[in-house]
Design a binder for this molecule. Structure first.
Ligand SMILES: CSC[C@H]1O[C@H](OP(=O)(O)O)[C@H](O)[C@@H]1O
Length: 358
């Protein structure tokens, strides 16, 4: 059975508490927007697409239970306020802000229809959230297959297998399923063209050691865990064919915010002449921002860096800087940006996204 970060049916939402993985697989019921906000903030659920999906589905659960109102104006206002609140949980990934606009607009349009009812507004918002869950999985399978095809043409044109290095967790535990960068690895494995996946531990939350390794072992995909600090050496010594990472926000010029450590992987890949890919659905792209300088980078509590499993390992009294993300300039994304619509050079992305939006 496939790993599921999110379990949803009409009126019921559960999340896999990723703070407990890999030792324990525990699902936690989420019955309100407030509970979703707290789970996202605490990183019980994380990953740009999964954050947006859990946020929207928590609103759907509340609406199914009759929240909001009475009256159309009060109901639309409730939807807007709930979505605006959810966006505040984690600022860097664009997905939650993007879907918040879409759902709020859907509620407002439904409320303006002739003969509109509260029931119809609730149903419209719930359906939109449910459609997003299904679309994300379709998008990930497209990203995986398109990315695998492009990567093989670029890195192994004569055939044979490839070794792919990835960072953080971008798999089923970060999305509705299959994953983005990890979806590319899944597709390569399914094609019989993956020699090995190298996954970085991804300090300090250890998305790689705890989550990506869990997914790869679970599906018996050949994989090796490496320290973050061993990535450049792996590129020099372990036959890395390509680097594929996810994204939290890809902006108009292709600059990309992703898990901290991504930027230095891109620099090392450039030095070694290894193609560097970003895999992200269009829902992780933000044409409202022109360059990566405008992206808000979340800083997490220092204790998440100084402590390991609740035990302090850093010297008492040391100051901490703990950014959760960094920005990779578009010119270092040498393989391309893999989306559900195709693989684009950074300079092609804006036109490609505008073409589908129109
Ligand atoms: C497809 S997940 C995208 C992105 O989200 C992760 O961040 P976090 O674990 O802090 O939510 C990581 O940056 C992934 O690449």
């Amino acid at each position: 059975m496939a790993l599921e970060a999110i379990r949803y049916s009409r009126g019921s939402l559960q999340i896999l508490d990723q703070l407990l993985l890999p030792q324990r697989s525990c699902y936690e019921a989420v019955g309100s927007v407030r509970q979703a906000w707290e789970a996202i903030r605490a990183m019980k659920v994380r990953g740009a697409p999964a954050i947006a999906l859990v946020g929207c589905l928590s609103l759907a659960v509340e609406l199914q239970a009759g929240a909001g109102g009475p009256g159309l104006d009060a109901l639309v206002a409730f939807v807007r306020e709930a979505l605006s609140f959810l966006v505040t949980a984690r600022p860097t990934a664009v997905n939650m802000a993007r879907v918040a606009r879409q759902l709020a607009d859907a509620a407002a349009r439904e409320a303006e229809r002739e003969g509109a009812t509260e029931e119809a507004v609730r149903e419209r918002v719930i359906r939109c959230a449910e459609d997003m869950l299904e679309k994300d999985l379709r998008d990930n399978r497209s990203i995986g297959d398109l990315g695998a095809q492009h990567l093989l043409e670029k890195a192994a044109p004569g055939g044979g297998k490839v070794t792919v290095l990835t960072h953080c967790n971008t798999g089923a535990l970060a999305t509705s399923g299959y994953g983005t960068a990890l979806g590319v690895i899944r597709s390569l494995h399914r094609l019989g063209r993956l020699e090995r996946a190298l996954c970085t531990e991804t300090r300090p939350y250890n998305q790689g050691a705890r989550l990506t390794a869990f997914e790869l072992v679970y599906e018996q995909i050949p994989a090796t865990l490496i320290a973050d600090s061993a990535a450049a050496a792996a590129m020099a010594q372990r036959g890395v064919s390509a680097v594929v990472v996810g994204a939290d926000r890809v902006v108009a010029n292709g600059d990309t915010a992703n898990k901290v450590g991504t930027y230095q992987l891109a620099i090392a890949a450039k030095h070694h002449g290894i193609p560097f890919y970003v895999a992200a659905p269009s829902s992780s792209c933000d044409l409202c921002l022109e360059t990566g300088r405008e992206i808000v980078i979340e800083e997490r509590p220092g204790q998440e860096l100084t402590d390991v499993s609740g035990v302090r390992v850093a010297a008492p009294g040391i100051e901490v800087w703990n950014p959760a993300f960094d920005v990779t300039p578009h010119d270092l994304i040498t393989g391309g940006i893999i989306t559900e619509m195709g693989v684009f050079a950074p300079e092609e992305l804006r036109a490609a996204l505008n073409a589908t939006a129109s």
